[in-house]
Every structure is written in C-alpha cells, then in structure tokens.
Write a protein that binds this ligand. Structure first.
Ligand SMILES: Cc1cc2nc3c(=O)[nH]c(=O)nc-3n(C[C@H](O)[C@H](O)[C@H](O)COP(=O)(O)OP(=O)(O)OC[C@H]3O[C@@H](n4cnc5c(N)ncnc54)[C@H](O)[C@@H]3O)c2cc1C
Length: 309
C-alpha cells in the first residue's frame, strides 16, 4: 500500500501529465469530486449544498504556476468567484493556494496578488482561507501570511498535523481562524511524523488546543474516529457550536456530512472547481487508494444511467 501511495503521490507532482490531463478535462467519475468546470455549474452545486444547510469553501483549481500571466489569470478568476459569492449571497468562502497566485515566481508578486484578493474579499464580506502546500513552500507561505496579517483579518490558514513544527505554528497564530488537517503531502522523516498513529495523535492534540483557544476551528477530516473523539471533547468542554465546523471534501462521505448537520453541527464542504483537476485528484488517490473504487463505481453508475440500464 505504501508503494502505491508513493507512486500516486509522485504522479500528482508531474507537471507534464498535468498539462495533458487538463486538456482532456475531468471525465465522468472524476466529475463527482469536482464541483463544475465553470461558474454556472459551480453555482448550481453550491446552492444545492446550501439548501441542505452545508456551507462551502471554493477552490478555483490550479497548480504548477511558473509564469506571471498564469498567476494573474488565477487571481482574476478567484476575484470572479468572490464577486459571485457576494452577488448570489452564497454561504461560502474561498480556499486558495499561494503557488497558484505566484509563490514560485516571486514573494512580491504573490503578496501583491493576495492583497488584491483580500481587499476584494473584505469589500464583499467574504472570508479567505490560505491552503498549506508542501514543506518547501511553508516558510515562504508563513512569511506572506505574517505580512498580510498586519493589514487584513478576513483570512485564515491551515495547520498540517503531520509536521513536527506545527505546535509552534499554532501557538504563534492563536488569534487566527485555522483549519486543522493531517497533511496531504509526503514529507521527509526529518520534518514529519510518518505513521498514521502518530499523525492522528498530533491531529487530536492540535484540534483540542485550538478549540480551547476560542478562535474558530475548522476540523477538516473524513476520519470518523477522530470526529467522534472531538465531539466528545467539545461536549465535555461545552465548546460553543459557533466556534467550529467540520470540513470535508466535495463528494466524500456525504452521509457523514448529512449526519453531522442533523446533529446540529456546522459543516463546510471543500469544493474544487475548474479544469485543472489533475494534482488535486491524484493527491486524493494517494491519500486513500481505495478512492479508485469510488471513481469506478461513480463511472459505472453514470454509464448505466446514460444507457438506461
Ligand atoms: C476540507 C479539507 C481541506 C484540506 N486542506 C488541506 C490543505 O490545505 N493542505 C493539506 O496538506 N491537506 C489538506 N487536506 C487533506 C488532508 O491533509 C488529508 O490528506 C486528507 O483529509 C485525508 O486525511 P483524513 O483526515 O480525511 O483521513 P484519512 O487518514 O485519509 O483516513 C482515516 C480513516 O477515515 C476513514 N475514511 C477516510 N476517507 C474515507 C472515505 N472517503 N470513505 C470512507 N471512510 C473514509 C477510513 O476509516 C480511514 O482509515 C484537506 C482535507 C480536507 C477534508
């Protein structure tokens, strides 16, 4: 299983395959995990979730950005989604990756784009979440976050429990709204826990710490054992339901999402949208190779529906 996960993860980082995959576009099966390739499909899917009392965080897909015009285009597209959320009064916010808006080109360019996005989001009363990427982008990401924190408060970021350093990161950012995740990237044993047991233990510790800090916590996991333990912790410590939410990815564990809503918890679904599906999708397969079964099932059922079987 570890070898399959490593292969899938290396494939997710291949920019040549990414280019080919994007030209092909998301095919059936994959589409069940991507919330549309244009704004109108996105709006339909967001409205559907909102009607079921589920909020969304929208990720305008895009990776491997090494040219200024691509970073500019991504910034413009993110701003269009912010305007759409505001115009249609959708219950949603934005998730973005700093590499998408120029982190691999220059810190100055990335910061300039982020400030433009934060200003538009501020005027539109939309929250922005800065996703965390692999370890090599971590210091530069925090550098940009620190620079923007002095000017804007309408954004938060992500803490990856797999990393040793996150105890320090969470302590220095007690004043921020934070999403806690296990970590989607394969990192070296010098900087990250390698066993799922250690990652899960650290995940629970970080979530509990931030829940007690009193700032908003997004508990982003599909792991029912972790969710159950945190619900007990939340109840034992009488933590206000408005101070946290559960986050899951679009198309994953929808029954669990609905059950949490029924129990009165806030649920927010991460909605990847756009044509640049490859990197996002391959990381989902690397995290849980069983997801391939889900894709096959979805593809077959769509095929049968189309064929009227
Ligand atoms: C909303 C959201 C935002 C994220 N943002 C980031 C980010 O910015 N940066 C980053 O590095 N990572 C991010 N991630 C990815 C995250 O780091 C993990 O890689 C990913 O969530 C897988 O870990 P998990 O906690 O869901 O559970 P896993 O460790 O994958 O699974 C634990 C257990 O949960 C159960 N389970 C999991 N998935 C399913 C399923 N589909 N069906 C049935 N049972 C299942 C199984 O029993 C499994 O053994 C994000 C994840 C989410 C949900």
């Amino acid at each position: 299983m570890t070898v399959i996960k490593s292969c899938l993860f290396s494939l997710s980082q291949n920019s040549n395959i990414n280019k080919i995959a994007n030209k092909m576009g998301p095919k059936i099966g994959i589409r069940s995990f991507i919330a549309g390739t244009n704004l109108s499909e996105l709006e339909t899917n967001v409205s559907h979730l909102n009607e079921n009392n589920i909020a969304v965080t929208i990720d305008n897909l895009g990776e491997f950005v090494y040219f200024e015009d691509e970073a500019r285009k991504a910034t413009t597209n993110i701003i269009k989604v912010i305007e759409k959320i505001n115009e249609k009064n959708l219950n949603g916010h934005i998730s973005l990756k700093l590499t998408q808006i120029g982190l691999d080109i220059s810190l100055e360019l990335c910061e300039k784009h982020l400030i433009e996005i934060l200003q538009c989001a501020y005027e539109s009363k939309v929250f922005i979440n800065i996703d965390m990427e692999d370890y090599q982008h971590l210091d530069s990401s925090w550098q940009i976050i620190r620079a923007c924190k002095s000017q804007y408060s309408n954004f938060g970021t992500v803490i990856q429990a797999a990393l040793f350093r996150t105890d320090k990161d969470i302590n220095c950012n007690k004043d921020m709204r934070l999403r806690i995740v296990k970590g989607a990237y394969k990192e070296n044993s010098n900087v990250a826990f390698q066993s799922s047991k250690d990652i899960d233990k650290h995940y629970l510790k970080l979530c509990k710490a931030h829940l007690m800090n009193g700032k908003f916590t997004s508990i982003a996991t599909h792991d029912h054992n972790i969710i159950n333990e945190l619900i007990k912790y939340i109840e034992d410590n009488r933590i206000d339901k408005n101070k946290f939410e559960f986050q899951m990815l679009y198309g994953f564990r929808t029954n669990l999402q609905e059950s949490l809503v029924k129990q009165g918890f806030q649920v927010c679904v991460y909605m990847p949208y756009g044509k640049d599906w490859y990197g996002y999708f391959m990381r989902r397969l690397a995290e849980r190779p069983q997801n391939i079964n889900l894709v096959i099932k979805q593809s077959l059922s769509k095929l049968f529906i189309k064929a009227n079987v």
